[in-house]
Write a protein that binds this ligand. Structure first.
Ligand code: UTP
Length: 297
């Protein structure tokens, strides 16, 4: 029988070099899309998917991230005094229950696989989700929830997948699928960052996973064997080679790569335009800006 997935790992121990100098003192996950930090989008998505235990893999310099989820009594009192009830509710919705979040440390940035492995003792022998906060997904039904529904049908390992232009395959892990139809596809191979001519498809893996505990054992072996970065993709590929099921899930929604400046800006515009309190003023501004640019050309 399939066990219910109630734990999610959030690897947030990377250096975030693409956002320097901001990330010199601010964790990348605290950067805000409109007025919510990236990590809040990830937590909301996990909660909607039934996650109850949130495991953060952190590193040096991430204390702002840890503090973010605490109650903020002084702020709450100030808002209450000023009758700012809506803001108060908003603020309270970001508090996490005591004990719901666990932090483990990755003492060296040895790669995503290594970061996930650092959480092995908290995951025990249960299936778990992994969410990369860089990948923000705008969707009617949150992406991880869609994947949980697929998991209820299939069990096994599931990775979120999306079509990318062929010339971009070298930026992603790419799936080799048995059959290409439908939302859930059985995977027979995974290639990390292939050149377009070597890519088995244009179906790329993005930052949402539901994984069996066996992945931790695979990471264990990789850890003792490898010298450089330890890749999560390798641990998943090992499952395929041992005949254990791995599926790609084509989610419905739009993914923004907030680990890059261009992706972050695109997400800011898209989320700003969705906000009822901002959209009119913001879209007027964008329209004016575009016509001024066109006139100048
Ligand atoms: P990235 O490849 O985006 O690396 O990691 P990064 O360090 O965050 O950013 P850049 O490339 O220097 O700008 C993908 C995810 O894996 C986590 C990151 O925090 C991010 O969520 N990660 C990566 C770790 O937790 N530990 C690592 O050793 C590497």
């Amino acid at each position: 029988m399939k066990s219910k997935v109630t734990k999610a790992i959030f690897p947030v121990a990377g250096l975030g070099t693409r956002f320097l100098p901001a990330t010199k003192s601010i964790p990348k996950e605290i950067l805000t899309l409109v007025d919510r930090p990236l990590i809040q989008y990830a937590i909301d998505e996990a909660r909607a998917a039934g996650i109850r235990e949130f495991i953060f893999v952190t590193s040096r310099g991430k204390s702002a991230l840890e503090d973010y989820f605490d109650d903020a009594p002084e702020l709450e009192t100030a808002l209450r005094k000023k009758n700012k009830n809506e803001l108060l509710q908003e603020l309270k919705s970001t508090n996490m229950e005591s004990g719901a979040i666990a932090y483990v440390r990755q003492n060296k940035p040895l790669g995503l696989g290594h970061a996930v492995w650092c959480a092995r003792r908290l995951v025990h022998n249960e299936p778990f989700a992994v969410i990369l906060t860089d990948d923000v997904i705008a969707a009617e039904k949150p992406c991880l929830q869609q994947m949980m529904e697929a998991y209820d049908e299939t069990g096994g390992n599931i990775v979120a997948a999306m079509e990318v232009p062929r010339e971009k395959t070298s930026s992603y892990g790419v799936l080799d699928c048995e059959r290409e139809d439908g939302a859930t596809v059985k995977v027979k191979g995974m290639v990390e960052k292939p050149a377009p001519e070597d890519a088995p498809s244009n179906l790329a893996v993005i930052g949402r996973y539901i994984l069996t505990p066996k992945i931790m054992q695979n990471l264990n072996k990789l850890k003792s064997g490898a010298g450089g970065e330890i890749q999560l993709t390798d641990a998943i590929a090992q499952e395929i080679s041992e005949g254990n099921p791995v599926y790609g899930y084509r989610f419905r929604g739009q993914r923004f790569d907030c680990g890059t400046k261009a992706g972050f800006l695109q997400a800011t515009v898209a989320f700003g335009l969705q906000r009822p309190d901002l959209k009119d003023e913001f879209s007027d501004y964008l329209t004016d800006l575009m016509s001024m640019r066109q006139a100048a050309e």
